[in-house]
Design a protein around this ligand. Structure first.
Ligand code: ADP
Length: 327
């Protein structure tokens, strides 16, 4: 049963909206009815284990392949009836990189400028600006095949930006990158968003979604298993609790009798109460403390992390590098 914690009446204009997207390959149903609403200027992360169908969603929305069913608008253009409008408004980078390894980074950029019909001088100016912005000036005259993974991804994004897209699809932009390159990619993504671009990101990395995305959808078994902010998703699964700490032992004891379902730590004078961390649940705890006339010295809400959510929703442990490596 899909869990939807999305607002009912989307007030902000959508950069991407989709309803009931379906796609099968032979007998295999890859997407079994996908709904999306991504406000302009936000970062959306489509999170899912390998093979979940993330790339398939990106390919459909960027008009590289057609859906078997459902409909979608990207930048206000229907993917089925106005694919040219969609293509003019978007940039796509990631697993199907456009970088040509035989020519230099600069030549790749100039080729892109040609494809976008920029004049020679405009093409040169845009290329120089973007090479500078993506820290590729030194490497600009070297064949792209000599670039590191991180440099290739940066060049790929720079090439995408030549056309001035309003919406960028980044398909697993940091898969296989070392931690430093990953952080530099995160910084690039943040800068794109602060420049007003909408980012549609696919990732297998929970940290990445947690770090960057305004909203996250978890794709599993062809459907969106849950959708919301990182905090909303964390609240969906059990394991959250509120911890109250006291310095006054008598206040601690009074609280321990006033509250239900507690786990005591008599040494630390702290109480743990299972809770989803919602406003309603917190108010109930605070009301009980008020009625008993006591005040805690510290109140902290602990929500489970996205790892727990991912596991609970997909039954899959997080693939890829160990957690420490991406921090
Ligand atoms: P993800 O990006 O989440 O790793 P994909 O969208 O690449 O997943 O793939 C989803 C599923 O669809 C996989 O099982 C994959 O093997 C299958 N698939 C993707 N493209 C094709 C294709 N052209 N023909 C047959 N099966 C495909």
């Amino acid at each position: 049963m899909p869990t939807s914690i999305q607002d009912g009446d989307h007030p902000s204009p959508a950069a991407v909206s989709a309803a009931g997207l379906r796609k099968s390959y032979g007998d295999k149903t890859v997407l079994d009815g996908i709904d999306l609403h991504i406000p302009a200027g936000s970062v959306f992360a489509l999170l899912g284990p390998n093979g979940a169908g993330k790339t398939t969603v990106v390919k459909i929305l960027s008009t590289l392949i057609t859906a078997d069913g459902g409909q979608a608008q990207v930048a206000g253009h229907d993917i089925a009836t106005a694919p040219d409008g969609v293509r003019a408004a978007i940039g796509v980078t990631g697993q199907f990189s456009a970088v040509d390894g035989l020519i230099t980074g600069e030549e790749n950029m100039l080729l892109m400028a040609d494809l976008h019909h920029l004049s020679r001088s405009e093409g040169r100016r845009t290329t120089a600006e973007l090479l500078e912005r993506f820290d590729l000036v030194e490497a600009a005259k070297k064949p792209a095949s000599t670039y590191s993974g991180g440099m290739k991804r940066r060049l790929d994004i720079a090439m995408t930006l030549v056309g001035g897209p309003r919406i960028i699809f980044l398909d697993e932009p940091t898969t296989g990158l070392d931690p430093r390159s990953r952080h530099s990619m995160w910084q690039i993504i943040r800068e794109l968003v602060s420049g007003g671009v909408t980012v549609f990101l696919t990732t297998q990395y929970l940290e990445e979604a947690d770090e960057l995305a305004d909203r996250i959808a978890v794709l599993n078994n062809g459907t969106i298993a849950a959708e919301g902010t990182a905090d909303e998703l964390k609240r969906l699964i059990p394991g959250g609790h509120v911890r109250l700490r006291f310095s006054d032992p008598s206040a601690y004891r009074t609280a321990a009798t006033a509250l239900h379902d507690i786990t005591r730590d008599d040494e630390a004078l702290s109480l743990q109460i299972p809770s989803d961390g919602s406003q309603h649940a917190l108010r109930a705890i605070l009301d009980r403390l008020d009625t008993a006339g006591i005040e805690a010295d510290e109140l902290t809400v602990h929500t489970p992390d996205l790892d727990d959510v991912f596991f609970a929703l997909t039954g899959t442990t997080v693939p890829g590098q160990p957690k420490e490596a991406v921090r």
